[in-house]
Design a protein around this ligand. Structure first.
Ligand code: PLP
Length: 401
């Protein structure tokens, strides 16, 4: 099958087949190659039959699986302490597949933390609700909110490991235990914490989702997502993924796999820099309040020690600039040189985001106020630069106020 003799064939035939389908001979590439191939070939039809029926492992068609993606999936599953992972086109498609595999259908009630990433909330309202589901946004941080949560009898609870932008940390073990006792499945978006801080499956969560666009990739050069599920859901995830087709391209899978190699190093530095910036900003008279769970003033500071395993409190922090409105915030952010104005986080470069005009833009001023997203709040994603340069950048921007 693989190497047909092309000598004596016509040019059009040679052009199509020449140089392709060589079998590696006696060497192993150190880095998993980018298998940029839609289809995988076998000598015998029986091989394809065995793979398609699940009797044998292998790859036939990239929408069903690809060796580069499989390498990434193996790595993320290992890091998250799970048995099954699937790489997909974006964080949003990981959330979609998790909801589908969690059994969401017409009549289901989805409970979601009210602090969810804005687009996830919008997805629930604009897409999931069209399937005939009912969506409830709940405050998982107060007893009254939790009571209302379980009174609504949801079949799925959707949480984030660190909320955006106020960096709240839910009480995972309690919420998972309560969810399971009420027959609900739990999906945790672990984008902000990464498995370096939290492994939600070990707390009993059913699904973990990541926007690999952020820390897993880490260099601002890809869009991707990963879903990790308890083994019991593997068949469902695989089934829906083949039908939805929101797969990750092999090049992006390769970039993410490469990013993972330095994730522990990068993430330690992100945490260290964020902690140093949070402490420094706390004593700055231009700053009204700093939100970072590594600070004793944060309402969930105790949970860092309880759940986060000692590496730190994450790479994202937020602050309220004293006596500032939109104009002052625009001036401050425009003055920053190292912090890049970007609608993202988790990159090696430090980033700045203004929630009122980006992540929480679609909310009314009243809704934002209720969530504590005031007009003087900005979010920083600490990169891996030298923290003294980051402080100097912020200091010169404060001088423009
Ligand atoms: N989840 C969280 C917590 C996010 O911050 C984001 C994007 O910012 C997403 C999911 C969506 O990820 P993506 O942009 O890769 O679809």
């Amino acid at each position: 099958m693989v190497t047909r003799n092309l000598h004596g064939k016509r040019l059009a035939t040679q052009a199509v087949h020449a140089g392709e389908r060589a079998r590696p001979d006696g060497f192993v590439p150190m880095s998993t190659p980018i298998y940029s191939s839609s289809t995988f070939l076998y000598d015998h039809l029986a091989d394809i039959d065995a793979i398609s029926s699940g009797d044998r492992q292998g790859f036939t068609y990239s929408r069903h699986g690809n060796p580069t993606n499989a390498a990434l999936e193996e790595a993320v599953a290992l890091l998250e302490g799970g048995q099954y992972a699937l790489s997909v086109a974006s964080g949003m498609s990981a959330i979609l597949l998790a909801l589908m595999a969690a059994g969401v259908e017409q009549g289901s009630r989805i409970a979601a933390s009210q602090d969810l990433y804005g687009v996830t909330a919008k997805f629930l309202l604009d897409v999931a609700s069209r399937w005939g589901t009912q969506i409830g946004f709940v405050d998982v941080f107060t007893p009254a909110g939790r009571e209302a949560l379980w009174a609504s009898a949801p079949s799925v609870l959707l949480l984030e490991s660190l909320t955006n932008p106020l960096l709240r940390i839910p009480d995972f073990p309690t919420l998972v235990t309560e969810a399971h006792s009420h027959g609900a499945r739990v999906i945790v978006d672990n984008t902000f914490a990464t498995p370096l801080l939290l492994r939600p499956l070990q707390h009993g969560a059913d699904f973990v989702v990541h926007s690999a666009t952020k820390y897993l990739g880490g260099h601002g050069d890809l869009t991707g997502g990963v879903l990790v599920a308890q083994q019991a859901y593997a068949d469902e995830v695989r089934h829906f993924s083949r039908l939805v087709g929101a797969i990750l391209g092999p090049f992006e899978a390769w970039l993410t796999l490469r990013g993972l190699k330095t994730l522990p190093l990068r993430f330690a530095r992100h945490c260290e820099n964020a902690q140093a910036l949070a402490e420094w900003l706390s004593s700055n008279p231009r700053v009204e309040e700093v939100f970072y769970p590594g600070l004793p003033s944060h309402p969930d500071h105790h949970r860092v020690a309880q759940f986060f395993g000692g590496l730190g409190a994450g790479g994202v922090l937020s602050l309220k600039v004293r006596n500032a409105g939109r104009d002052e915030i625009f001036r401050f952010v425009d003055s920053l040189e190292l912090f890049l104005k970007a609608t993202s986080l988790g990159d090696v470069q430090s980033l700045v985001l203004y929630p009122a005009i980006s992540s929480h833009r679609d909310l009314s001023p009243k809704q934002r106020q209720r969530l504590g997203i005031t007009d003087n709040l900005i979010r920083l994603s600490a990169g891996v630069e030298d923290v003294e340069d980051l402080k100097a950048d912020l200091a010169q921007a404060f001088a423009h106020l």
